[in-house]
Design a protein around this ligand. Structure first.
Ligand SMILES: C[S@@+](CC[C@H](N)C(=O)[O-])C[C@H]1O[C@@H](n2cnc3c(N)ncnc32)[C@H](O)[C@@H]1O
Length: 305
């Protein structure tokens, strides 16, 4: 697992364009607009893009770019089908999700995503939402915190960390990123190349932003929106989200089951897809060298049948 993903350079750019099979005049929904790195490339290849982001800052930045062929919508990608329909697109040629945190979000200490920069424990991608990471850390019961760290961070020391947090906050609530990061380090010690708070930060970010719920809704909505022969491309940075995407595509790809009386029958979830590459596409060594954050990126692609 890597530290939290973010970057200035769009990750797996060429691979993603190939995965989407971008066509001149085609319609594409980018459910994670960010700085529009991927969206601008789709436009450069002749496609039209509807870009969605839940972060006002990202929306303002991309609006200022004034890109012809790029429509912008503030919203959650969990509702991407509804957002596309309200923009007059009832089916599209491709959908892209490039999950995770953007560089501006990670680099701005005031957003509270980074365990390496002092800032408020916030982590909301959409700052109109009310629950911050500080609220979770200071107000959740020990069992709930343990569950968050285990389910969203796959943190092996979930119980120990949750209990220690609940004890410590009685004297002094957690307010900043470094306070929490240093505390977690004191509780579990430092082992291996990653900061010991990496998984705790990932878990809090995922819970604050309901990232798994959003992803599940985006997968359902995106697949319903893509036309037959259209492509769905998803880039993830954590094993948790990658597994979710892999499972979803596999369930819709289905399998042939042998029948007792001979022959076989397809079993799976509808609509049916074909998995374009059996193995997730990963960044080449050159890309990892120039953009270390691409190291943990995995691209999965399915085509609707
Ligand atoms: C890794 S960045 C995308 C970068 C973009 N592909 C680029 O090349 O500039 C992820 C973006 O998705 C947005 N995002 C994450 N979850 C979202 C959700 N559920 N709904 C809408 N936007 C979301 C974040 O705010 C962030 O700006």
């Amino acid at each position: 697992m890597d530290t939290m993903p973010a970057r200035h350079v769009p990750v797996l750019l060429r691979e993603t364009m190939a995965a989407l099979n971008v066509k001149r005049g085609g319609r594409y929904v980018d459910g994670t607009l960010g700085r529009a790195g991927h969206a601008k490339e789709i436009v450069a290849l002749g496609g039209m893009v509807l870009g969605i982001d839940r972060d006002d800052q990202a929306i303002a930045e991309v609006e200022a770019m004034k890109v012809d062929g790029l429509k912008i919508a503030k919203g959650n990608h969990g509702e991407l089908k509804e957002i596309a329909e309200s923009n007059g697109w009832s089916e599209v040629d491709g959908v892209l999700l490039d999950l995770g945190v953007s560089s501006p979000q990670l680099d701005d200490a005031g957003r509270g995503f980074s365990f390496q920069r002092e800032g408020p424990l916030d982590m909301r991608m959409d700052r109109s939402r009310s629950v911050t990471a500080a609220a979770l850390v200071n107000e959740s019961g020990a069992d709930h915190l343990e569950e968050i760290f285990r389910n969203f961070g796959e943190e092996p020391n979930a119980r120990r960390i949750a209990r220690a947090i609940v004890e410590r906050r009685v004297e002094k609530p957690f307010e900043t990123t470094l306070d929490l990061a240093d505390f977690v380090e004191r509780v579990v010690g430092r082992r291996g190349p990653h900061h010991p708070a990496t998984r705790v930060f990932q878990a809090l970010r995922m819970d604050v932003n309901d990232e798994l719920g959003e992803l599940r809704r985006a997968l359902e909505g995106g697949l319903a929106l893509v036309k037959r022969g259209g492509r769905f491309a998803v880039i993830t940075f954590e094993s948790l989200t990658d597994r979710e995407v892999k499972r979803f595509f596999a369930a819709h790809a289905g399998r042939e089951v042998s029948l007792q009386g001979g022959g076989s029958e397809w079993r799976g979830e509808l609509p049916r897809v074909k998995i374009v590459a059996r193995k997730a596409v990963k960044a080449k060594p050159e890309e990892v060298e120039s953009n270390p954050r691409s190291r943990s990126a995995k691209l999965r692609v399915a085509e609707k049948e």
